[in-house]
Design a protein around this ligand. Structure first.
Ligand SMILES: [Zn+2]
Length: 267
């Protein structure tokens, strides 16, 4: 059994980028932990911050059940205020040492959102130091560094995303969509408002709105295979892709196979 730690800046980030992989890994008995560095309390156009923080905490716990009861943790830092500073880095180093992940998945450091950039930077900055005993000496240093992977994005500067590890998720797409839709404050409220796509929710009843959102997310989660068609088995519709980060330990062949194995493969 391996441990996968998926670190996002906000409570719904890893759901959107690796909810399918998380579901598949959990089904096969691996240990999956989501960590949201912030509490997401700025992701709304009208809610009060404390109430939003509480709401998002409940949403992420609900979503975690959909992926097979994975663990979901948060550093509870205010949304929009994540900084790649030394105290947060020390906190992350201690967290990683406690969980001893084999693989960490996070954002790349080139991204539109400052919290995403800071999150990616914090992971980069921690991944060597977790093995240095004199840094945070109150927790034992790791002798084996985790492999680091970055989630897919569409940014091209300084370099476009490279699909090194491509995971077909057709067998997990329903769990992923259900999990993503648990983030009600985001999927039904903030993201449509922020992205100017509220027309998708024009139906008066919740059921029709949910159907429209399901369509939207099915389309969105099929974009990765359309973008990198040669990287997935023929016939795959839904996929997730990850880039190897050269600062971490190289991803072993065994871990690569665990991540990409077919549903009926005993791996
Ligand atoms: Zn985010």
């Amino acid at each position: 059994m391996f441990t996968f730690l998926m670190i996002g800046a906000h409570p719904d980030d890893m759901d959107l980028r690796c909810g399918g992989l998380a579901t598949r890994l959990k089904r096969k008995g691996h240990n999956v932990i989501f960590l949201s560095m912030t509490n997401g309390n700025a992701g709304h156009m009208s809610m009060e911050k404390d109430a939003l923080r509480e709401r998002r905490l409940l949403e992420m716990r609900e979503a975690a059940l959909r992926y097979g009861a994975i663990r979901y943790e948060t550093f509870d830092i205010d949304d929009g205020y994540l900084a790649a500073d030394i105290p947060t880095r020390d906190r992350l180093i201690r967290f990683i040492r406690k969980e001893t992940p084999d693989v960490i998945i996070t954002h790349r450091t080139c991204d539109y959102h400052p919290d995403h950039r800071a999150c990616g930077q914090l992971v980069c900055d921690s991944c060597y130091l977790v093995g240095v005993p004199m840094v945070c000496p109150d927790t034992p240093a790791m002798r084996k560094h985790p492999a680091i992977l970055s989630c897919e994005d569409r940014f091209s500067v300084p370099v476009p995303f490279r699909p090194d590890v491509c995971v077909p998720i057709d067998d997990a797409i329903e769990a992923k969509v259900q999990g993503v839709l648990c983030h009600v404050s985001q999927m039904y409220e903030w993201l449509p408002y922020d992205g100017h796509w509220q027309d998708v929710l024009s139906a008066p009843d919740r059921e029709s709105q949910t159907e429209a959102l399901r369509d939207r997310f099915h389309k969105r989660f099929s974009a990765t295979v359309k973008r990198f068609p040669d990287s997935f088995p023929r016939g795959t519709v839904y996929g997730e892709a990850f880039q190897r980060d050269e600062y971490g330990t190289p991803l072993s062949e065994e871990l690569y196979r665990v991540m990409t194995a077919a549903a009926d493969d005993p791996l």
